[in-house]
Write a protein that binds this ligand. Sequence first.
Ligand code: F6R
Length: 613
Amino acid sequence: MCGIVGYTGRGPALPVLLSGLHRMEYRGYDSAGVALLPAGGGAPQVRRAVGKVAALETAISESPVDASAPLGIGHTRWATHGAPSERNAHPHLSRDGSIALVHNGIIDNFLALRERLVSQGFVFRSETDSEALAHLVEACRADTLLESVRRALSFVSGTYGIAVAASWAPGQIVVARKGSPIAIAAADGVACVASDAAALAGRADSVAYLDDGDIALLVPGGFEVRSIEALSPVVRPAAPLDFAPDAIEKGGYEHFMRKEIAEQPEALENCLRGRLVDEDGTAKLSGLRMEPRDIAALQSVVVTACGTSYYAGLHGTYAFEQFSGIPSRIEQAAEFRYRNPIVAPETALVSLSQSGETADTLAAVREAKRKGALVLSVCNVVGSTIAREAGRGVYLHAGPEIGVASTKAFLCQVAVLSMMALLFGRTRRLSCQEGRTIVGALKALPDLVRAALAQEDAIVRIAEKFAGARDAFFIGRGWQYPAALEGALKLKEISYLHAEGYHAAELKHGPIALLDEHVPVVALSPLGPGHDKMLGNIQECRARKAPVIAIATEGDSSVDAFTEDVIRVPQCPDFTAAVPVVVVEQLFAYHVARLRGEPIDQPRNLAKSVTVE
Ligand code: F6R
């Protein structure tokens, strides 16, 4: 995700900014930039570059800035609005060039703000939501920078962590937080800010963290924090800053995959934010650019993807059918592209890809476009090839995924497809009340994930018991069938343990021959339609002496007679129950791989982005 750093003091700001940006590189980003404000006034000098911080350093060496400037702000950007490019990189300047601003988060009412600012004569130089904030601070200019920023924020809805500096407020940085972290520190003659305390390691012994609704003024040697609403002073206690270098890299986790598993509640919150409409019981997905009559005309939905994205897509087809009543199917992208598929103009082809660069999925998009389908993309990486070529779609906003095994992208894909299905359903056959029930269930997804994460100790104990196995099965029915496929994929790709995902009813049509006391079966058995059948399938496994690991609903003891290895997930509707189940599977795969000593973030033979057929 994006990173913010800022410095005001007596010494040069630039080295502090660059080292802070380097320290946040582990978070993943696509461009970087700094703004330096010379001592005694003068407009902010901005340098930005696409790519790594090293590219920014090259840009600065080719076009030098005032290296003695004692105040500056810097940023690493991970694109959400507008592709990665120099002009979309931060800092952004206000129209008069006097104000520089960096922003993390997403401004929900950005289009309305932009329209209003344009009508007042502001000219936008980027496609970002963040630039609107820089112009807004100029439009709201008051006696002080603090008051200008405060007024501007009163017009903003969405999430932000921001740092703002202005040529007319020497020595000052104003920061504010709503939903995006901001840490501040002050020491002898300097004050610093960062979105990630790791960026300040070595610069300060302790940091204070802003709460949502806080605004703070930083000056050399000190800071004061106030509430944005009332401007009343608030005290934010300082916490010691004590980071080992390795902890800085992975945000305190041993592996990126584990960090990304932990980030899932926040990733889902970002993915859902501003897209669910309680009152109308529907979803708002403007990137689809579909009018109700376009949705009403749809005859079928074809989802296409590879790997983990394919399994999220399979879950999505269930949602399209159940919520919207539109016939839906999933196709492996590699099959779709070569099979001369039948697609019509009334077919929506939904292409799913975390990276947006997968060769087979891209080829499927091109084939579907050639055949006249309405192509919609669901990608995580903004400006990726699939997103650009599809021309319309929905971004996941999951944040960068660095571990090769996909985790948070899967859950956000499930969330986005559920929202699309809800939107299509509300346009076609769902009542407002039914829509509201689905909205409520989708809003609960982050808490379902938190509850699943809280089961980690139990999962570790079970992983210890089975880490030495050679084979495993994952079985599920209905909405849990895609989750069974995903659980097996996660386990095999990082632990190198042979695992197969099967529909629970299919087991007896062949693979049951492989079961014995050495082959554990992970039975996805939360309450819901087909639960009694699932209990029957578990008994079939036990009759072959296969040990069963059950993932079951809290308070339901029906599986306890068959196994002592039970992991509980919260009660929820069947159409969201796969979400906590998959989190349990991710943690299980992670701990088995860890116990087997495998290189979790970069498993052998695998690449994060598969750009070959
Ligand atoms: C597995 C995994 C892969 C990807 C697949 C498609 O954990 O990450 O199976 O899901 O390579 O990648 P994207 O989603 O980038 O198209």
